[in-house]
Design a binder for this molecule. Structure first.
Ligand SMILES: NC(=O)c1ccc[n+]([C@@H]2O[C@H](COP(=O)([O-])OP(=O)(O)OC[C@H]3O[C@@H](n4cnc5c(N)ncnc54)[C@H](OP(=O)(O)O)[C@@H]3O)[C@@H](O)[C@H]2O)c1
Length: 289
């Protein structure tokens, strides 16, 4: 073990001055053009749900945006068209966040198109719907696939876009986590574990990337988006929604636009906030009595 790794693994060293970081190994393959005059937000998984609401929120505020999807390009194009109708530029990049090569290609395309990135929102996520008590319903491969998208994905996206983020004062990363990380509810144990890891990574990256880049997360409760409707089916979705509202102090589900509001504040504002995981659950944790 090298002296450097000795240092970094000793919690007692946490308040010691950080060593000068090595240059970021990610190359900037395309020379930067004149950067966009408008600020730029990249949102992974923005062809649907929370991600789509978030790019639209930034576009409404006059930012140029990057819309990302992994599979179906048509919904991504539709979201980009809606952003362009608001008077901003929108780039669509199909890229699987679980693939480092895809993330680096996305970063190169964004740099060529806009020459800057001010905010990255990591919203792309995946799961497998398996009841928590059904231990045989989840295999190691399920954990690995979910971890690859929900944890390694945000890591790779952040690393690929870091040289661009570091050029913009006050830039930020916002990770979309879930109450599943802390409440033991959600689509599966593998999903809960992945969001717990994402929370831990948020705090670690916040410490590592300051003072240039802030890193925060949002942990929504049950969101009214295609995710749960498709995963649970219409009948179970309706019953789950009734149960959620009955327990949540504010008697409400979360809307994608609610998460987008929080992602807007954490990305574009919140100048003194980093390493935070904001619970957005309509008061579920208070459990109405
Ligand atoms: N819905 C909820 O109740 C809820 C609650 C808490 C947290 N969350 C979190 O919120 C995030 C977004 O969920 P949502 O409700 O907006 O889901 P959604 O409506 O199903 O949208 C998922 C988006 O992610 C994209 N995507 C999936 N895998 C990807 C990958 N490997 N690389 C790039 N893009 C990928 C999808 O594009 P394609 O269709 O092209 O794959 C789509 O744009 C997820 O991280 C989820 O864990 C959701």
């Amino acid at each position: 073990m090298t002296p450097a790794s000795d240092n970094s693994s000793d919690p007692g060293q946490v308040f010691a001055p950080a060593p000068t970081p090595a240059p970021n190994p990610v190359p900037n393959p395309v020379p930067a053009p004149v950067p966009s005059q408008r600020r730029v937000c990249v949102v992974s998984g923005s062809s649907s749900g929370i991600g789509a609401a978030t790019v639209l929120r930034y576009a409404r505020e006059g930012w140029d945006v990057v819309v990302n999807c992994a599979h179906r390009i048509e919904p991504a194009q539709a979201v980009a068209d809606a952003c362009r109708a608001l008077g901003v530029s929108a780039l669509v990049v199909r890229a699987d966040v679980a693939s480092d090569a895809d993330c680096r290609r996305l970063a190169a395309e964004v740099e060529a198109a806009f020459g800057r990135v001010d905010v990255l929102v990591n919203s792309a996520g995946t799961t497998k719907f398996v009841a928590a008590k059904d231990l045989d319903g989840l295999q190691a491969e399920d954990f690995q696939r979910i971890y690859a998208v929900n944890v390694i994905g945000p890591w790779q996206m952040t690393r690929a876009l870091l040289p661009l983020l570091q050029r913009q004062p006050g830039s930020g990363v916002v990770n979309i986590s879930s109450i599943a990380a802390t409440m033991g509810v959600g689509s599966s144990i593998a999903y809960m574990a992945s969001k717990g890891a994402l929370n831990a990574m948020t705090v670690g990256l916040a410490r590592a990337l300051g003072p240039q880049v802030r890193v925060n997360a949002i942990a929504p409760g049950m969101v009214d988006s295609p995710w749960l409707k498709q995963g649970l089916g219409a009948e179970r979705y309706a019953a789950t929604a009734v149960g959620y509202r009955a327990r949540a102090t504010l008697d409400a589900l979360i809307l994608p636009e609610d998460v987008a509001d929080a992602a807007w504040w954490l990305g574009a504002g919140a100048a003194k906030t980093t390493g935070e995981v904001i619970l957005l659950d309509a008061g579920l944790r208070l459990s109405r009595g």
